[in-house]
Design a protein around this ligand. Structure first.
Ligand code: XUL
Length: 523
């Protein structure tokens, strides 16, 4: 039997599977189901449901289940040796929560392989939709939780993050306040990650410290539920949450449903899932403290590992448990990939056209600037969406496209937060990292070499590494990930001639941002 391990990534817009062969250090298969293209019947637009209130952003969990069935079917049709997979883990979009009633454990344990997952599990939800990380409708609940936590050292010291709108605790509090009956009917609250793991395992699955830290509910030092934070959030919460377990813990064996329906090995282990950012830390090989990555997916994130728990008292950055042990820090920018797509569409371009537009203007864009806030932003905290321009006409395609890309990267440098020291190497991943010109802009703005990771699905690949690590408990992390990254020279070096241009532009950007934030607070 081969040494195969499967990692999933249940992200905002797609569900991806990556299968690795640990003996041969190769990714033998990867495939994604795109929710927008393949699962329109669930009514979501690019994987998300919007309410009348633009701050409310949910997703239908049944869509994720249907995607899981389709993906397994696809793997089987593509000849993936599913019977030789030894362990399965996964990555989930962080913070999103799934609400289950008391029929869930029995339904999960007795899945009928003759019916689809959506048919089997349609009745287990006490809330039909799941608030996800793009939801920013819980400002009031954040304030209440932060206030209640002031008596015990503050929410940042306790949980590693300020009370943040998209984090699970404030979302749970809002649910309890607005829909107390549905909250009372909720027997189990899962994260996207632990929900998907529950389905694979046939039982309610635990939460790991990587994803648990994104809830405003976990003690960031002990990796246990924080009693005061639970109390500040909603009554009876402790009984509704699953246990927290160390990263890469074995949960059990794969549910018989997947054995009978798709031919998985009944002995295949299921392993606790984590958040997409913690999984990317592993997928990118950031196991040494000080390594930094920029991930450019739906959101843009700036993250890296650190040995000790240092929290950001300004409340912008977050500290999560790293699956490799120790900690990771994370800054999340909501106006990432979707903002790029909006700008591309605004000028009717494809990605080649977008690149050509950017390259029409030189680094620094002759001082033309944009604050790319198509959506309310997470860092810096912007309540009301609105793109701001300086020296830039709305119709100037080249100027706007470059100003967007430069603005997104300058925001990362400006808010590097906890990772305040200048990085010595940045690993880039996610869709936009395919473009060399984007890497050059990152290298120039940070004046630091940038390497595009050749691991194309870093979160799903990280999850496959986590699965392998759980199976081979005696192999250390360095030995699990060694050899997967081809070592061709793909480092993009900064152009020193751009240093002063970008230093000046960054000052102008910071001033523009300060002014816009003042205005946002006044509105
Ligand atoms: C991280 C965050 C996003 C999601 C995207 O805090 O909100 O990066 O994890 O899937």
């Amino acid at each position: 039997m081969r040494n195969l391990h499967l990692g999933f990534d249940s992200s905002t817009q797609s569900l991806t599977a990556v299968v690795i062969d640990l003996d041969h250090r190769t990714v033998i298969y990867q495939h994604a189901i795109d929710f927008h293209a393949d699962l329109r019947q669930f009514g979501a637009d690019h994987g998300i449901l919007r309410g009348e209130d633009p701050a409310v952003v949910h997703a239908p969990p049944l869509m994720w289940l249907e995607a899981l069935d389709i993906l397994f079917q696809r793997m089987r049709d593509d000849g993936v040796p599913l019977g030789e997979i030894r362990s399965i883990a996964g990555s989930g979009q962080q913070h999103g929560s799934v609400y289950l009633n008391d029929t869930a454990p029995q339904a999960l344990a007795t899945l009928d392989p003759a019916r689809s997952l959506t048919e089997n599990l349609a009745g287990i939800f006490s809330r039909p939709t799941s608030p996800i990380w793009m939801d920013s409708s819980t400002t009031r609940q954040c304030r209440e939780i932060a206030q209640a936590m002031n008596t015990c050292g503050g929410i940042i010291q306790a949980t590693g993050s300020a009370a943040i709108e998209r984090f699970t605790g404030p979302q749970i509090r809002k649910f309890w306040q607005k829909e107390p009956h549905a909250y009372a009917e909720t027997r189990h609250i899962a994260l996207v990650s632990s929900f998907m793991c529950s389905v694979l395992s046939g039982k309610i699955a635990p939460i790991d410290p990587g994803d648990g830290a994104g809830m405003n509910l976990m003690d960031i030092r002990t990796f246990q539920w924080h009693p005061a934070a639970l109390e500040a959030t909603a009554p009876g919460l402790c009984e509704k949450l699953p246990p927290l377990v160390p990263a890469a813990s074995v949960v059990g064996r794969v549910s018989a449903y997947f054995v009978h329906r798709y031919g998985l090995n009944p002995d295949a282990l299921t392993v606790a899932w984590s958040g997409d950012n913690p999984c990317s830390v592993i997928g990118l090989g950031l196991i040494e403290p000080g390594m930094v990555a920029i991930s450019m997916g739906t959101s843009f994130t700036y993250f890296g590992t650190m040995a000790d728990c240092r929290v950001d008292e300004h409340g912008e950055g977050h500290v999560f448990g790293s699956p490799a042990g120790g900690y990771m820090t994370l800054n999340c920018f909501k106006n990432g990939g979707l903002a790029r797509a909006r700008m591309r569409d605004r000028f009717n371009l494809d990605w080649n056209g977008f690149r050509e537009a950017v390259l029409q203007t030189p680094p620094g864009n002759h001082g033309r600037l944009m604050l790319p806030w198509f959506e309310p932003e997470i860092i810096p905290k912007v309540h009301r969406a609105g793109v701001k321009r300086l020296n830039l006409s709305e119709d100037d395609a080249g100027g706007n496209c470059r100003a967007l890309v430069e603005g997104q990267i300058m925001a990362m440098r400006l808010h590097a937060g906890l990772m305040n020291t200048r990085p010595t190497m940045i690993y880039a991943t996610g869709g936009a990292s395919q473009d060399r010109y984007v890497l050059q802009i990152i290298a120039d703005i940070f004046q630091c070499p940038v390497r595009r990771s050749m691991i194309s699905n870093s979160a799903a690949t990280g999850a496959a590494f986590i699965a392998a690590r759980a199976f081979h408990a005696t192999i250390n992390w360095a030995d699990i990930i060694r050899g997967f990254e081809p070592d061709a020279d793909k480092t993009v070096k900064p152009d020193p001639a751009t240093r002063s241009t970008y230093d000046a532009l960054l000052n102008a950007y910071a001033a523009l941002e300060k002014e816009a934030l003042k205005e946002d607070r006044q509105r």
